[in-house]
Design a protein around this ligand. Sequence first.
Ligand code: SAM
Ligand code: SF4
Length: 344
Amino acid sequence: MNYSVRSYRSASGQGAGAMVDGFGRRIEYLRISVTDKCNLRCVYCMPEEGLPWLRRAEILTYEEITEVVRVMARKGLRKLRLTGGEPLVRKDLPRLVDQLAAVPGIENIALSTNAVLLAPVARRLRDAGVSRVNISLDSLRPERADTIARRPGTLARVLEGLDAAHAVGFDPIKINVVLMRGENDDEVADFAELSRTRPLHVRFIEVMPTESNLELSASGFLSCDEALARVREVDALEPVQGPPGNGPATYFSFPGAQGTIGVITPMSHNFCDRCNRMRLTADGQLRPCLFGTIQTPLRDALRRGDALEPLIDETLRIKPEKHLLVQGSSEGSGGLIALSQTGG
Ligand code: SAM
Ligand code: SF4
């Protein structure tokens, strides 16, 4: 259903405590990129040589991030996800979690990570208030995992991080697998099997095109429908509600399985009508969509002590109806080189 700008006005007129965009979507979830840097170079995400990194002074401090969250929480923000780049490469991330957990109105803090650096800080993050984790892992074969991440020893460290995630009680734990024909499509059933005997939620994600992955995202594209068909060759799948979360995944499970199998289909089945989120980049741009060119710089306003509310309201008002991604083209991405720049 499409809502007019008029219905946006009347919806927001219901008072403080609700962020509703011009299409009637309630926004209560913010994905916060705490750094643009990463310790891996996944082939679908970042160029091998890295990116022109932001300078320290360009990146929001933890206090500045917390201030943005405080203002948005007064307007109805309830859920946060820390992402990046790789969020765990930023120094003392648990200190940020301590601050965010203390913001009135914030009910849930989640983390997206490659888990390479997770094991030593998992307990501290859990105690600080992170309850849910998403772990990226694109192959269960050591050599292949290293090749995809372009870093040696990746799989062993991710599995250590996964064990630590279980040990400290993050719940749910989701494994994000980016589907790539010719790279990991023969492992779809192996990944699905992980959900049978462990309370793990394996999510297959369709690769999205950016400037740095145009060839891979076109010739290596594999739809989630095809991945599910391969899983169904192994065993029956039944639709299930899936674990708690804020995302656009649709879930299934094997009969009697402890975990679930989810699919995220940005390319084959657009889910923008259910979008519930905005994004804050490491340098303080508030983005209403992962893709496209619309963003509102909050950093300088923050540093001047200006009110953020009008900027947030305007960003909400211009949130686009849907992304305009097209396979094989970087146009709809708004010139994005890598998803690591906006948090994925
Ligand atoms: N470094 C962390 C990680 O890998 O989980 C957080 C940032 S990463 C950009 C967030 C998510 O975006 C990961 O699950 C990653 O697999 C996914 N991702 C990155 N580039 C992608 C692309 N081009 N298409 C689909 N998913 C992508
Ligand atoms: Fe780093 Fe995550 Fe991008 Fe991989 S997907 S390069 S781990 S930011």
